[in-house]
Design a binder for this molecule. Sequence first.
Ligand code: ARG
Length: 469
Amino acid sequence: MTSQGSGSNALWGSRFEGGPSDALVALSRSVHFDWRLANYDIAGTRAHIKSLLSAGYLTTAEHEKLDRSLVELQDRVNQGSFVAKQSDEDVHSALERGLIEIAGAELGGKVRAGRSRNDQIATLIRSYLRDQANVIATLVTDLVEVLVSRAEEHLGVAMPGRTHFQHAQPVQLSHHLLAHAWPLVRDLERLQDWLKRANLSPYGAGALAGNTLGLDPNIVARELGFVAPTQNSIDATASRDVVAEFSFIAALIGINLSRFAEEIIIWASAEFDYIKLHDAYSTGSSIMPQKKNPDIAELARGKAGRLIGDLTGLLATLKGLPLAYNRDLQEDKEPVFDAVDTLTVLLPAFTGMVATLEFNRNRLELLAPAGFSLATDVAEWLVKQRVPFRDAHEITGKLVSYCEQHNLELHEVPDAEMAAISTHLTPEVRDVLTVGGSIKARAGAGGTALPRVLDQIAALRKIAPKREA
Ligand code: ARG
C-alpha cells in the first residue's frame, strides 16, 4: 500500500481505512503526463487565492505569503528542483505538496477551499491548448508563407492539372501550390473560431454544482486571461468538446499536409520527375546507396493517421459519459498532448521540405499539354463560335479519337482532317491549342490565369506576409 490517497501529501483519504492498492495507484496516476500543465496549475492557484482574498478567506498578509510561495514553487518547477514523486497522483496533488513544503501546512492547506480538481483540470487544459493553438497557428502560417513564396517564384510555369489523377487541363504550378495554402488558411480560421469557445474559465464550478463560499469566478477568469467564466458548472466540469474540437483541427491540419505529402512522394519518383528534394530534407537507404527518400512527406502521411487516431480515441472516450465529471475524462489529455507534439515536430520539417523543393520546370511544361489536356479549350472555342456545347463536346471527342488512332497531338492534326471531322473546326482553333493560351483563357474567378493567381497571392500575403530573408 502506498501513501497516495491516505498519506500526508494526498488530497483525499481520511474516510478510507487503509491506503489504496498499488495496482490502483499505478492505474490512477496521471502526473507523468499532466505534469506539463504545472505552470498553468500554479497560475490557476495564484488567481484562485486572489478570489479567496477578495471573499475574505485570506488576509492580505496570508495572500502575500502564499503568492510569494507560489512564485517560489514555480521557480523550483522550472529549474527542475521541484519534481513530481512516485507517490503524487497528479499535477494538482504534487503542486499542493510543493506549496505546503514552502508555505507550511496551515497556510498551504487553505488554498484548496472552493475549488475541485474537476474545475481545475477543465480550466488548465483550456489554458494549455490556448497557448498551443498559438504555437500551431504560427507554424501553419510559416507553411502558408512558404507556399506563397514558392508560388511567386514560379509564376508562369505550367503543369498538368489532374482529375481522377488523369491529365485534365493545364494549370499554373503557382495555382496548384496555392491550392494547398487555402485549406491551411481555413485551419487558421478554425483555430481562431475555436478560441471563442475555449476562452471561458470553468474555475468556480467546483466539483460540479458551483461553490458555496461566494468566490467570484470573474477574478480567476480575468487573471488567467479568459473572456468570462463558463455559465453552467455541470457543463463546465463534464464537457470536453473544446478538447475534441481542438483535436479535430489538429487532425485536419495533418490531413491537409498528408494530401500534399502524397503528391510530393509521387512527384519525386523517376516516372514523374517533377521535383528534387533537398538533401537536408530527404533521407538515404542503409542498403541502397542511390536512394533519396521523401521521408518527411511519408511521415506527414503517417502522422495524419495518428492524429485521426488521437481524435477518434477521444471522441470514443466522451461518448456515453453521464453528467458530470467522470474519471474517464482523464483520458482526454494524452491524445491531445500527442496531437500537439506531433504537429509541433512535423510542421517545421514539412515547411523546410517545401521551402527547398526544386521544381523541374522543363518536365512540368513538357507534360502540361499531354493527355489531350487542351481538349476542353477546343470545345469551349467551338462554343464561342456559337456551336451548342453538346455538339462541341462530341466534335472534340472525335478529334481526340482521331489523334489517338494516328498517334498525334491535337495541334498536329492537319487542317483538312480537322475540317473533315467538323466544318466548325477551322484553322483558327489553333489559337487555343497552346498551354499558354489555355491558361490565359481561364481568367474567371478563382481561375489559373496569371491575374487570378496574383489576386490570390495578394490576399494570402495579408495572412502570411513575406519573410525578411
Ligand atoms: N487527473 C484528473 C483528470 O485529468 C483530475 C481530476 C481528478 N478529479 C477527481 N475527482 N479524481 O481528469
